[in-house]
Design a protein around this ligand. Sequence first.
Ligand code: NAG
Ligand code: ZN
Length: 384
Amino acid sequence: MKLTWLLFSLLLVAIAAAQNEEELPLAELCDVESCQLPNCRCSSTGIPGGLRPRDTPQFVLVTFDDAINILNIETYRSTLYGRSNSNGCPAGATFYVSHQYTNYQLVNELYSNGFEIGLHSITHRTPQSFWAEADYETLKGEFADQRQMMSHFGKIPLERIQGMRMPFLQLAGNASFQVLKSSGMTFDASWPTITFTEPGLWPYTLDYASNQDCQLPPCPSASLEGVWVLPMVAWKDLNNNPCAMVDACFAPPALDDEDGWFQFISTNFERHYFNNRAPFGFYIHEWFVRTYPAVNNAFIKFLDTINNMPDVFMVNSADVINWVKNPVPVDQYKNQACPQNPPSPCLPTNCGPLSATHTQEQFWMASCNTCPNVYPWFGNPLGA
Ligand SMILES: *[C@@H]1O[C@H](CO)[C@@H](O)[C@H](O)[C@H]1NC(C)=O
Ligand SMILES: [Zn+2]
């Protein structure tokens, strides 16, 4: 009797393993006839809906990566809070949050101020090659579980967490996109392009083969229906070297030259604005803005400028995907109802000291929910 049970269990395990390794269909050349909005788009620099550049809203995507805590929240408060676009809608920005040292009360504060919370993994571990080699199960533990964690401790409605960015922008072939799809998320914002910058690449889906350049292989080659790629269109530094993140440009202006930095940001912006108006990314880490006051001031001056332009909109990343799915001319767009985060207030508790499984260190963690027993981590996202 016992032996039968054992054999039966082994069979179930074998079936489960086989299902995981099932080959995904290879993506075929994109067929424009059958790949139509709102749920499919070939990778292309063409403006969605065939709009003319002057009828196209110029979206600006400001994003910050990594942990959210008292070290960096002041920068976010002083540079981002209370801004509006020229149509009166609140300005957006997206935070790709990693778990360690994150204060979930402050995550909730960002959400409550209208900003978007995205995922950047639980461990953000090194080396970079870990992510290149990570398989589906690993990435499910890093991202699908992080989504539960973020929703639980930050009191963010689960369905509002729609996007992810891989640590070090390191792709993992099909695997991270499979996790995205199976966990019900919408878009990835990890994939830089240096080939499609002028004109820039617009967001597209992975139903069919992507023609985007693969800077940090492996890139996906399977057909993954309805999974959106929000390409990181590279900037050009003063020597025309491409850079995906502003703080990683090789030849930027002098770090104390505010006018030089304002000019630098504006030149990169104009490459989008005066061309096909592909979304313009300002992708940066907070420490860079905090460390260099000239950069901070130039950044604020740039935001003040675009917040006064009638056809430029600083928005959450998910808002861009929503517009691409249903592209409307700028005159119509600016009169639409403003995007909003449904209210989800936080009653904070400061939890700790919490022991961890990955290090001797003990942690304090601000939570909008009951305290965990141990510091939440990979494999135990709710800290049970
Ligand atoms: C992605 O899936 C395709 C189709 O099954 C396969 O040919 C390719 O090797 C996979 N790539 C990676 C890096 O897993
Ligand atoms: Zn990071």
